[in-house]
Design a protein around this ligand. Structure first.
Ligand code: GLN
Length: 295
């Protein structure tokens, strides 16, 4: 209140003014969805829902709110993904916390989850493994949409697992998912057999990694994207794990980089004895997932 008194009329910035201004600011800096992102940043500062924003267009911002908003805008134009600034994102219509310790969940991955939900929704007592779980988005959405499934989710990174566990309890699934820290390339997964193994492993080749959009390359964890010299190393290892850990007729479902990886991954899986290869396309009609069956 006091603050407003000391501000001259011209200095009053209302929600509507700040939105118009920042939308153009973000647009000029090359941000792809300036309107939505400006709204989201303002929602964070004011602790508003989207509807609140529209209901309170005339509300003036305090100096402190303006400064906070300016700080977030500058973070965004410095190249930090909006999801890391907000600290959260949505995947399969569920809320997920994210930080730079985990890959931001991608919409592309949802097609694989949806396919698996269809396959398993009428089955009972499903035991599934999620390898390279990251934020936990795959394990958590499977557990949310399939009440008949119990999950073990594994990651090499303690920091990622911390986020995954937070996401798990936030989505009220703590009694359904067991988290383990393990390097799946070097260590074995102790006892247990599974109906399903799912994984979105790192799969970006060295060449592709260097040329990734800076938004991804400079901010998302390299360990989650780049598997090292051999871009197929995880798929080779996953096919072995599938052989050891899947029950007969169990499925291995993986995300892949695109059409260019289909033939090699298919041959890795079939040489390991897996059969019934199914290719899943994403919303851009790109091959995004491969499902294979153990005999
Ligand atoms: N889909 C991610 C990207 O394009 C990569 C995910 C991964 O390597 N598993 O950036």
């Amino acid at each position: 209140m006091q603050e407003n008194k000391t501000q001259s009329k011209n200095e009053v910035w209302r929600v509507v003014d700040i939105l118009n201004w920042s939308k153009n600011f973000l647009k000029n800096k090359g941000v792809e969805s300036p309107q939505i992102e400006a709204e989201m940043l303002l929602m964070k500062v004011l602790n508003f829902s989207r509807i609140d924003i529209y209901m309170h267009h005339e509300r003036p911002l305090s100096i402190q709110e303006r400064n906070e908003f300016k700080y977030l805008l500058l973070q965004r134009t410095s190249g930090i993904p909006i999801q890391y600034i907000l600290g959260k994102t949505e995947f399969m219509s569920l809320d997920f916390f994210v930080s730079s310790d985990v890959l931001i969940p991608r919409q592309d991955t949802e097609v694989i989850i949806e396919n698996l939900i269809e396959k398993y929704k009428t089955k009972d007592n499903i035991k599934a493994l999620d390898l390279c779980t990251g934020s936990g988005c795959i394990a958590i959405s499977l557990a949310h949409y399939l009440p008949n499934i119990s999950m073990t989710a594994i990651d090499i990174s303690e920091a990622a697992l911390k986020i995954a566990k937070k996401n798990c309890s936030h989505n009220n699934l703590s009694n359904r998912i067991n988290f383990l820290q393990l390097d799946i390339l070097k260590e074995n997964i102790s006892d247990g057999s599974y109906n399903l193994i799912v994984s979105n492993p790192p799969y970006i080749s060295k060449e592709k990694y260097i040329n990734l959009a800076p938004l991804v390359r400079d901010h998302e964890p390299k360990i989650a994207l780049y598997p090292g010299e051999d871009e197929y190393i995880f798929y080779k290892r996953l096919s072995k794990i599938a052989n050891n850990k899947l029950i007969s007729k169990g499925l291995l479902a993986v995300e892949i980089g695109g059409d260019y990886q289909v033939d090699i991954i298919t041959s890795i899986f079939t040489s390991a004895g897996l059969t019934n290869i199914e290719i899943i396309k994403d919303y851009n009609n790109i091959c995004r997932g491969i499902i294979a069956k153990k005999n």
